[in-house]
Design a protein around this ligand. Structure first.
Ligand code: BUP
Length: 464
């Protein structure tokens, strides 16, 4: 790399849903060449999956520099009951003032920062006032959620409120019913609400926003943002998705050999398997897990199911046989593959045996479905996932069971789950629409496509 290569410093946040799009973007840049890359790395990570992923990234790309970031302790007792990932965001935010000196010492001198949205309101002022560097955001959810985040402070000012208290009308986007955005925003005292508002108030000061979406998937939201309708004077928005792993970042690391889900999928007929996973930070109640099992069994379909009983993977010590109840694994042997291990989901989604994804609707998972044309049965759990599910419904590549909830004591019955799985597996309209979305996604990232061009445009701003 020449002496004039820009040096980008990435600041990812906690949770695989935040880290994965960063490493996918970083790997794509590293493969293209022409840029120096450093990654701010806070250790230890909340989950084992994140630690493994950092190790894989630095092993695959020895030229990428690692900037170790020692976090200041947070009084965890004061935030008892808070999601451990949100607590880590807080700890990153409260330690962010240490980033100025750390990054100022980088060689070669940094030319721009790319931060996660959870840290935006801390990092943007450091970039501007201390480091005198441009600061970009790599936004890990959809453009619709970006619009919501950016507009939320205006909504609060108009409603003279400090929390989500009613429907939100976003100029250029439309009506968002009160129960679609993250419901934790109804609580003004939650850490998440405070962080969300602070980041929303500062986001327009970023120099650019990269979004893991593509123009054909969210044309209206992207047009509204770019046209300054959501927030006047909004920074340039570069839709560069769907981001995917390169050969060096995507490998089926943890489960190998005959017990690998991919080896098992290789034995299954085309489009015959339902993939079931609810992301890396959603734990289901035991009763609901057993109903999901009953539903999969009753559906008669083959299935690959990632079971999670705790929010943090390191704490998940339960035995599958205990979780699933007597006899389940024996009864579904051969037609069901159940695991508690981290699977390479992207490799699963691109496998021809997969015919449906029963999903929590995390944005990365949805982009993977879109990229590989996998129809979805949407069962959002928390955060931005209900807002995302509306797009799956309007895009026609899945069915959203809006009354299926994860709240309180409500449990969706196995009978209903089994019926819906069977129904969507046989739905040709949804399957055709998913194939169309795949075509559009493939076109977007191919040379000359919209995401390819947006990426070139973004890179040009760095070199300007
Ligand atoms: Br579980 C699991 N393997 O076993 P989302 C997840 N993933 O590769 P999040 C695996 O993690 P929120 C596994 O492919 C996706 O890229 C999956 O990100 C991968 O959901 C990522 O989908 C998970 O954005 O919830 O982070 O669990 O909605 O809060 O982002």
């Amino acid at each position: 790399q020449g002496r004039c290569s820009p040096h980008l410093v990435f600041i990812p946040s906690a949770g695989m849903g935040h880290l994965l799009p960063f490493t996918r973007f970083i790997a794509a840049l590293a493969d293209t060449g022409g840029v120096d890359i450093s990654v701010v790395t806070a250790m230890p990570t909340v989950s084992a999956a994140e630690a493994d992923h950092f190790t894989g990234l630095f092993a695959a790309f020895p030229a990428i520099r690692r900037i170790d970031f020692n976090l200041l302790p947070v009084d965890e007792a004061a935030f008892a009951g808070t999601d451990p990932f949100v607590l880590r965001w807080e700890s990153l935010r409260r330690s962010a003032h240490l980033l100025g000196p750390l990054i100022a010492g980088a060689t070669p001198r940094a030319s721009a920062l790319i931060t996660d949205i959870t840290l935006a309101s801390q990092v943007i002022p450091i970039a501007k006032n201390e480091l005198h560097l441009p600061c970009h955001i790599l936004f890990i959810s959809c453009a619709t959620m970006l619009s919501f985040l950016a507009y939320f402070p205006t909504y609060l000012d108009g409603a003279s409120a400090d929390h989500l208290a009613g429907d939100v009308n976003i100029p250029g986007i439309g009506h968002i019913p009160v129960d679609y955005p993250p419901q934790v925003l109804r609580n003004p005292d939650s850490l998440f609400t405070k962080q969300f508002i602070a980041n929303g108030r500062l986001i327009a000061e970023a120099d650019g926003i990269l979004v893991n979406t593509f123009d054909a998937l969210e044309p209206d939201a992207l047009a509204a943002l770019r046209g300054g309708k959501v927030v006047p004077g909004f920074p340039p928005v570069f839709a560069v998705g769907p981001l995917k792993s390169t050969s060096t970042t995507g490998s089926d690391e943890t489960v190998v050999g005959a017990s690998s889900p991919i080896a098992w999928l290789d034995e299954q007929p085309v489009r015959s398997v339902v993939y079931v996973a609810f992301g890396n930070r959603s734990a289901a109640a035991l009763e609901q897990i057993r109903e999901i099992g009953a539903g999969l069994e009753a559906s008669g379909c083959r299935f690959l199911w990632v079971v999670k009983t705790t929010v943090v993977d390191r704490e998940d010590t339960a035995e599958l046989t205990d979780v699933l109840g007597g006899g389940f694994l024996g009864r579904v042997q051969g037609r069901g593959f159940v695991t508690k291990e981290w699977v390479d989901q992207e490799a699963v989604m691109k496998h021809p045996a997969i015919g449906l994804y029963l999903s929590h609707c995390g944005w990365n998972s949805v982009t993977e479905s879109a990229m590989y044309g996998v129809p979805m049965l949407a069962w959002p759990t928390l955060g931005d996932q209900r807002l995302i599910a509306t797009m799956i419904r309007s895009g026609g590549f899945g069915l959203w069971m809006e009354h299926w909830s994860w709240e309180g004591n409500s449990v969706v019955s196995g009978v209903e789950i089994g019926e819906k799985v069977k129904q969507v597996m046989g739905d040709e309209a949804i399957s055709a629409r998913a194939a169309k979305v795949r075509e559009e996604a493939t076109k977007a990232v191919a040379q000359g496509g919209s995401s390819y061009r947006n990426m070139q445009e973004f890179l040009a701003t760095l070199k300007a």
